[in-house]
Design a protein around this ligand. Structure first.
Ligand code: HEM
Length: 241
């Protein structure tokens, strides 16, 4: 087992499994965020019932989604999610250093002879990963540090109105632009990562090659568009105030 985890294919396998887990988190997170766009369409953007209970009928969909994220089962998943990120980042760094050492150059990600055919994303997975991680820290400071963190540890006041945070974050155009840079990096990272995941488990024959590439692009685009729509909608809502 230890040998597998440190072998080249073992490392890639762990990278794929942790990546798949993070993709599932992003689909859930993107969908709940997108509820805020549906709230705008139904006129419930900003609706937080005064009774301050979880899952109140007066709440907008986005608030209900945030309540769901604070329930027991999901809270247990927070350390698991953090572990998923740590494993993915740790093995990602290890893989990158390995490849660098073995090929003697920073430009290649997988097999040297095919490096010139690799996409820009494939060659820059590590750089994209660092960019995504850096902006994730920034993002957690905007939302998680003001909602779940104080609530979990009972420190200070936590923000109970997620619409307020949405508008506070996206009311500045340059903040929307910065998040867009993050989303583009995320798209490129996911699009290659998705395909690479299937290659690692051996689904890279001719017939499936194209299908998996297209599926990877579609899944990554859906995830990122959910985030883009949320940010743009929050900007529009903040401007209308
Ligand atoms: C428009 C874009 C986004 C919005 C509006 C948004 C909103 C939020 C909110 C409201 C929370 C706090 C949830 C809570 O404490 O209950 C949160 C947490 C978090 N976000 Fe985002 N998010 C966005 C994009 C992203 C992206 C692209 C990633 C990953 C690359 C991400 C990763 C996380 C993580 C890891 C947490 C902490 C875990 C959690 O609370 O679920 N978010 N985000």
């Amino acid at each position: 087992m230890a040998n597998f985890l440190t072998s080249s294919i073992g490392k890639k396998f762990i990278q794929s499994v942790s990546g798949a887990f993070l993709i599932i988190f992003l689909l859930l997170h993107g969908t709940i965020n997108f509820f805020s766009v549906l709230d705008s369409l139904s006129g419930k953007f900003g609706a937080v019932a005064a009774d301050d209970t979880l899952f109140s009928t007066g709440d907008g969909l986005f608030k209900l989604g945030c309540d769901f994220m604070s329930t027991g089962f999901i809270s247990i998943m927070v350390p698991v999610l953090a572990l998923g990120f740590i494993v993915h980042i740790g093995y990602g760094i290890w893989l990158t250093i390995d490849n660098y050492k073995r090929r003697g150059g920073i430009k290649r990600y997988e097999v040297a002879s095919k490096a010139k055919n690799d996409s820009w994303s494939a060659k820059n997975m590590a750089i994209l990963g660092v960019l995504i991680l850096g902006l994730l820290g920034f993002h957690l400071a905007h939302f998680w540090a003001k909602m779940q963190l104080p609530e979990m540890f009972g420190i200070g006041n936590y923000e109970d109105n997620p619409y307020t945070l949405l508008m506070a974050t996206f009311s500045k155009w340059w903040m929307v632009a910065l998040y867009m840079v993050w989303f583009v990096a995320l798209f490129l990272h996911l699009e290659h990562g998705f395909w690479s995941m299937f290659q690692t488990i051996g689904w890279n024959n001719k017939k499936w090659h194209k299908r998996l590439k297209v599926t990877g692009i579609v899944v990554s685009a859906v995830i990122v568009l959910l985030f883009v729509a949320t940010a743009v909608n929050a900007y529009v809502e903040a401007m209308a105030l």
